[in-house]
Write a protein that binds this ligand. Structure first.
Ligand SMILES: [Zn+2]
Length: 301
C-alpha cells in the first residue's frame, strides 16, 4: 500500500513501543486494514438544456433525471454544459428536473455555462471537494465561453495540488473532474484540451506526482460516447457521453490512441469503483444497459 510521508512513524516513535504506536498510528492502520467498500455513482454531462432554442433537450433531461434517480448510484457528477449557449432562462428548467434525482448532484461548469450564471443558479463556489468514502473528487471549472480549449489558472493548479496533498495524507484516492480534457488529443480526435501555456505542463506534473492516488480524470465536452486514454502513468482520462447526443468519429477504426467503445446513443454512465478496479457501464437513456469498460488503477496498475 502507498503510504504518505506524513503518516509514516518516526524511528523514535516506533522504538517507544506500543502506547506511542497506538496513539500515533490508528488512522494509518485502520485505513490499511479497511476494505475499500464498493462505490457506485453516476456521471452525466452535456445536457445542453435549451439546445437550438427547442424543448427537446429539456424533455430528454427530465427523462434522464427520472432514470438516474432509479439507478443504484448514490450520488451524481454532472461534468458541464448544463444549458446550451449560456441561456439563462434554461437554468430553472434544468433545476426543476434535477429535483427528480433524490441524491446529491454536483455540477461543474462547461464552456456553455457562463461563470456568473453558474454561481447564481448552481453553486456560489465553482471549485468543490466531494468526499465519498475512500474517494475525494476535485471539481474545477477549466472551461471558457469563448473557447473549446481548457484553461487552468495558477490558482486552480495550486488548489488541485493542495487538495491532492490532503487526499494523500488522508489515504484517499482522487477523481478530478473538469469539463475539457487535459490529454493532448489530436486529429482524428477533436484536439480540444488544456494546451501548453494554459496549464498543460503543470497539470501533467500533478498527474506525475500523484499518479498512485489519482484514479480518474473525468470530462464531458466531446460528445463521442465513452472516449478515454490511459497513457499517462496509467491514469484514466475519460470524456463521458453526452446525455443529449453523441457522434461516432470512427476513432477505433482509425486506430486513434486510447479507447472508444462502440456506443453513441444519448445517455449517462454508471461508475463502480472497488479495490483497484473501475467499471464504466454505459446507460443509454430509455434503453437497457449497454457497453461496459473495465479499468484497473492503483500502484500495481
Ligand atoms: Zn463543452
Amino acid at each position: 500500500m502507498y503510504r504518505s510521508q506524513r503518516t509514516r512513524p518516526s524511528r523514535r516513535t516506533v522504538l517507544k513501543g506500543g502506547m506511542a504506536l497506538a496513539v500515533l498510528l490508528p488512522t494509518c492502520l485502520q485505513t490499511q486494514a479497511a476494505r475499500r467498500e464498493e462505490l457506485t455513482f453516476v456521471i452525466v454531462t452535456d445536457t445542453h438544456v435549451g439546445y437550438r432554442g427547442q424543448e427537446s433537450a429539456a424533455k430528454l433531461w427530465q427523462k434522464t433525471a427520472t432514470e438516474i434517480n432509479q439507478t443504484q448510484g448514490t450520488f451524481v457528477l454532472h461534468l458541464g454544459d448544463i444549458v446550451d449557449g449560456g441561456r439563462e432562462e434554461q437554468y430553472p428548467i434544468y433545476l426543476e428536473s434535477r429535483k427528480l434525482i433524490e441524491k446529491p448532484v454536483h455540477e461543474i461548469g462547461g464552456n456553455h455555462d457562463p461563470e456568473d450564471l453558474f454561481r447564481r443558479y448552481i453553486r456560489k463556489e465553482s471549485s468543490l471537494v466531494v468526499e465519498q468514502g475512500w474517494m475525494r473528487f476535485l471539481l474545477v471549472n477549466n472551461a471558457r465561453r469563448e473557447s473549446h480549449d481548457g484553461f487552468l489558472s495558477d490558482e486552480q493548479l495550486g488548489w488541485l495540488e493542495s487538495k491532492c496533498d490532503e487526499a494523500e495524507r488522508d489515504d484517499r484516492f482522487i477523481g478530478i473532474c473538469m469539463h475539457v480534457p487535459a490529454h493532448s488529443n489530436r486529429h482524428p480526435d477533436r484536439a480540444w484540451y488544456v494546451k501548453p501555456g494554459n496549464g498543460h505542463v503543470e497539470f501533467g506534473e500533478i498527474l506525475h506526482r500523484f499518479q498512485h492516488r489519482i484514479v480518474m480524470v473525468s470530462h464531458g465536452h466531446f460528445h463521442n460516447g465513452i472516449r478515454g486514454w490511459n497513457d499517462r502513468h496509467g491514469i484514466h482520462e475519460i470524456c463521458f457521453p453526452s446525455a443529449l447526443y453523441n457522434q461516432n468519429r470512427g476513432l477505433e477504426d482509425k486506430a486513434a490512441p486510447g479507447f472508444n467503445p462502440s456506443e453513441f446513443r444519448a445517455g449517462y454512465t454508471l461508475v463502480t469503483l472497488r479495490e483497484r478496479q473501475m467499471k464504466l457501464q454505459y446507460q443509454p437513456t430509455g434503453s437497457e444497459p449497454s457497453v461496459e469498460k473495465l479499468c484497473r488503477f492503483g500502484p500495481t496498475a
